[in-house]
Design a protein around this ligand. Structure first.
Ligand SMILES: *[C@@H]1O[C@H](CO)[C@@H](O)[C@H](O)[C@H]1NC(C)=O
Ligand SMILES: *[C@@H]1O[C@H](CO)[C@@H](O)[C@H](O)[C@H]1NC(C)=O
Ligand SMILES: *[C@@H]1O[C@H](CO)[C@@H](O)[C@H](O)[C@H]1NC(C)=O
Ligand SMILES: *[C@@H]1O[C@H](CO)[C@@H](O)[C@H](O)[C@H]1NC(C)=O
Ligand SMILES: [Cu+2]
Length: 620
């Protein structure tokens, strides 16, 4: 306490000096750093490894700028939700478009009530959320998907599958299950709007336990909670990026992004804009984050293409949960990754031995796997300062800090190897009742004029521009035939194994709508060209990735399937409907890497209330 008091007084004296000093330090250290790390060396290219962190950056205190317009922190308010009863909460969202400069470069983005990214939604388990979406765009429909939520099929927001694109107005009625809590996000599932900014976060707070009255804040001992949306960013409209990707001259290589955004802001060096692609760019300073000494950070990869790795100096990260609130065996590190588009992680960031006024940084490194064509304008690794909170925002120091065993420290938290919490024997089911075997790839063939096409079991189905009636509204006999949707039927309340083989030379982060799954196995081929697939019906062959993990598999809703490898996922098919399964890389999704699983029989899937809801979405 004494030490803290002295520091407080000292800080008041050194603040003005520090402000000047830090500006100078920031300029001289960061400017060449950004510039240098923006150039591609041969080592950087084609390497799937995450770049090393540069630890030597930054000395001396980080001061608060006089006006904190550059602070990209988004605080959460668990205290307003964890002690109250479940409620019905109504929101009204007007969707428009407007020009913003997230990283200094002007771009037309989607706005929800004038905001980009969309508003952060906070709820508690058991709440009911009513969101009235009013489309004020010209000649463009919208639909919002609630990524990871276990909700009714008609509220899932997939144009062409569960609803018509909203032309005027539609109300989503989302009943949050009593046991669902965690980090979620919402994004458009119509055309390519997600890459032009139509997304936001949705956090479901876990209510404080009624018996012991303990909350996550006490359990993990943190005072502050924030969300951090991190994603790659293109300066061009998504339609142009897709046109580039599907141009046969580009050999099915995905266009690399130009920039990255954190909570909708970023930093772009205007001089990097090439003569060939002049940009309307206004230099702005590097944004920063403000974090108290122990903070729960809920991170979402909101990007279109790339995964990323996060590293910190001055803070240590403990992995608490993955995707929608699924606990993992805790490990600590200053580096965590790779987080792919659609995936989420909850981290506890703590100062842990570092003085609160020591400089601190967060580094985001975009993964190179999907950037075979380098973009000279992109700075793929960027560092952002973490400032301590202002004195008056600081939580009172712990009088009686809870002493708890620390999670083991590891060189980096490899998310592909995370373990879930131990599962009671038998809970996952020793055997599934049904197995769905799939093969996914992106092809580039003469018969498609060398345009890339995404396939699942030789079918390619693109929903990104569907003006047809949603499949859910039609009897199977009247489903379209070109492209023909691939829909696999399964029973209900059964354990289903989903074996997805990736025969591509690139990884794909797959997302299953409306359900979570146990990740029983993920395997990456041991060498290029090995094609180590898994066929569960071939009893003779041992899976290349070894036995399934039935002891402590993680639970997720989005999982990265490595190149020439596979994933075995087990889910309980207990929510009737048509649920999309697709790659979450927007460009792959847009060229056809989609299918659906029908859970339940036709009568369960297409009841009266389903017809009513669809009629509403199609009325506009
Ligand atoms: C949305 O737009 C309608 C009509 O244009 C307006 O009445 C309403 O106040 C707007 N709502 C919000 C939240 O901006
Ligand atoms: C996960 O569990 C396995 C087996 O218990 C262990 O070998 C491995 O180190 C664990 N991984 C992590 C990241 O803790
Ligand atoms: C997908 O293709 C494989 C190989 O042809 C086949 O064995 C499997 O049954 C197919 N899956 C479905 C769900 O049709
Ligand atoms: C969708 O289709 C319509 C009509 O065919 C077309 O005008 C529009 O540009 C398409 N959008 C995309 C993203 O392809
Ligand atoms: Cu993909």
């Amino acid at each position: 306490m004494e030490k803290n008091g002295i520091w407080k007084r000292k800080w008041k004296v050194i603040l003005p000096t520090a402000a000047v000093l830090a500006t100078v330090v920031l300029f001289f250290f960061l400017y060449p750093k950004f510039y240098l790390s923006g150039s591609w060396s041969d080592d950087d290219l084609y390497s799937g490894d995450s770049p090393e962190i540069e630890q030597e950056l930054g000395h001396g205190p980080v001061a608060h700028p006089a006006v904190d317009a550059n602070d990209f922190s988004i605080g959460l308010h668990p205290e307003q939700h964890i002690h109250r009863d479940p409620e019905t909460i109504g929101l009204e969202w007007n969707i428009t478009k407007g020009v913003r400069r997230p990283d200094g470069v002007a771009k037309e983005v989607y706005l929800i009530n004038g905001q980009f990214p969309g508003p952060t939604v906070e709820l508690r388990s058991g709440d009911e959320l009513l969101v009235t979406v009013r489309n004020e765009l010209v000649n463009e429909g919208v639909a919002i998907h609630w990524h990871g939520l276990r909700i009714e099929n008609t509220m899932d927001g997939v144009v062409g599958l569960t609803q018509c694109a909203i032309n005027r107005e539609f109300t989503y009625r989302l009943k949050i299950p009593d046991h669902q809590a965690g980090t979620f996000w919402y994004h458009s599932h119509s055309e390519l709007q997600r890459a032009d900014g139509l997304f936001g976060t949705l956090v479901i707070h876990k209510p404080a336990s009624e018996v012991e009255s303990t909350s996550d804040m006490e359990k993990y001992d943190y005072q502050n909670e924030q969300v951090l949306m991190v994603g790659d960013w293109y300066h061009r409209p998504a339609e142009e990026v897709l046109a580039d990707y599907t141009n046969w001259e580009n050999f099915k290589i995905e266009p690399a992004p130009d920039s990255m955004l954190l909570n909708g802001v970023g930093y772009f060096e205007c001089s990097m804009a090439t003569k060939a692609h002049p940009l309307d760019c206004q230099g702005q300073s590097v944004p920063h984050l403000t974090l108290p000494a122990r903070t729960r950070l809920r991170i979402v990869n909101t990007g279109a293409l790339t995964g990323f790795t996060i590293s910190t100096t001055g803070f240590v990260m403990t992995l608490l949960e993955v995707d929608g609130g699924h606990e993992v065996e805790q490990v600590r590190s200053e580096k965590v990754g790779i987080l792919y588009p659609g995936e989420r992680i909850d981290l506890l960031l703590d100062r842990s031995g570092h003085d609160e006024y020591e400089s601190a940084w967060i580094t985001i490194a975009l993964d190179r796997e999907n950037m075979q064509f380098p973009n000279m304008a992109l700075t793929p690794t960027q560092q952002f300062a973490i400032a301590p909170p202002m004195d008056n925002e600081r939580a009172a120091p712990h009088e009686d800090p809870i002493v708890r065993p620390r999670a083991p420290e590891v060189p980096w938290i490899d998310l592909s190897k995370a373990n879930g919490s131990a599962i009671p024997p038998g809970e996952v089911g020793v055997q599934s009742d049904e197995t769905i075997l799939l093969y996914a790839s992106i092809s580039y063939l003469t018969q498609y004029e060398y345009r890339p096409k995404g396939f699942i079991n030789h079918t390619s189905w693109s929903l990104s521009n569907s003006s047809d009636m949603p499949l859910l509204a039609l009897d199977q006999t009247s489903w379209p035939t070109d492209p023909e949707p691939f829909v696999v039927k399964t029973g209900r309340t059964e354990w289903v194994d989903l074996v997805i083989n990736n025969i591509d030379d690139k990884g794909h982060p797959f997302h299953l709508h409306g359900h979570d799954f146990y990740v029983l196995s993920v395997h990456q081929a041991s060498r290029v060209g090995a094609y180590e697939q898994y066929n569960p019906f071939d009893a003779e062959k041992e899976p290349a990735g070894g036995p399934m993990n039935l002891a402590n598999p993680v639970i997720k809703d989005t999982v990265y399937i490595p190149s020439q490898g596979y994933a075995v996922l087990r889910f309980q098919a207990n929510s009737p409907g048509l649920w999309l399964v697709h790659c979450h890389v927007l460009w792959h999704e847009a060229v056809g890497m989609n299918m659906a699983i029908q859970v339940g029989d036709d009568a369960q899937v297409r009841g009266e209330s389903v017809k009513e809801s669809i009629a509403k979405s199609c009325a506009g």
